[in-house]
Design a protein around this ligand. Sequence first.
Ligand code: ZN
Length: 129
Amino acid sequence: MGLIEDAKEAVRLVQKIDNMELYRKILDLQSEAIELIEKLKEKDRTITKLKTALSLKGKLICEHSAYWLKNEKNETVDGPFCTRCFDVERNPCRLVQKSTPRQGCETVQCPNCKVQFPNFMIADYLSKH
Ligand SMILES: [Zn+2]
């Protein structure tokens, strides 16, 4: 039985005893257990993110104001990634094309931190991949 199921069972059993103080204590414990499980899930997500960042660290190359993952033949295999999101949050966030025809140049944007900047090289790469 899992923690939540055990807590529900404890609540059910305490209801039979008819002890309000014990019943409230068990409900508090159940709430704390749910909170702890949520915190553990959040930590798992953080660990997964950091593992991904660690596997990329040292392999990313900064070119044209973005990070790129390249193979031994210097061919791009992934990216471009936002430099700010990776440097600050260790979040490899892909840049996307954002057209701005009025300015007459191609603009790219990070969907996470929303930074956008004109960059023909990245926009050209994104339009072909
Ligand atoms: Zn970003």
